[in-house]
Ligand binder design. Structure first.
Ligand code: AMP
Length: 125
């Protein structure tokens, strides 16, 4: 399947430094920053630096280095924020929206890391 990436999406503009972001962590291939409209006390977005629309696009076309870097960047945020589940940890939720049914607003792959409160079994309305 062919994926069409819009270089004017807001996260592409963040990556080009055209609009500011509240960076949590940066790696060779990924950037993590606080969501501008937090839905929980901790709400961080992690994005790959490469031009990927969604998870499906990323898995199909990213290099192994990019995929590993993205996975480790997510874990890096969990570690940096002290969110690891366990005896003293809080736990967290990861959400990745894709396409119309997933209600993906920004057309650049991102994972939401949510924590800081108990969020219920699932998010829906
Ligand atoms: P989604 O519905 O999964 O595409 O979520 C997009 C997310 O991007 C929302 O949670 C927005 O609050 C967030 N967002 C949009 N613009 C910005 C921005 N400039 N900086 C940080 N987060 C943003």
């Amino acid at each position: 399947m062919g994926y069409s990436y819009d270089p004017q999406n807001v996260f592409a503009r963040i990556l080009r430094g055209e609009i500011p972001n509240d960076t949590v962590l940066e790696t060779a291939h990924s950037l993590a920053f606080n969501d501008i409209g937090p839905q929980a006390p901790v709400h961080v977005l992690v994005i790959p630096k490469g031009p990927y629309v969604n998870w499906d696009h990323f898995v199909a076309e990213a290099t192994p280095e990019e995929v590993l870097d993205f996975a480790r960047a997510i874990h890096g945020v969990v570690e940096a924020k002290g969110l690891e589940p366990g005896a003293d940890g809080q736990g967290y939720r990861l959400i990745m929206n894709a396409g119309e049914a997933g209600v993906q607003e920004v057309q650049h792959l991102h994972v939401h890391i949510l924590s800081g409160k108990v969020m219920g079994r699932m998010i829906c309305d």
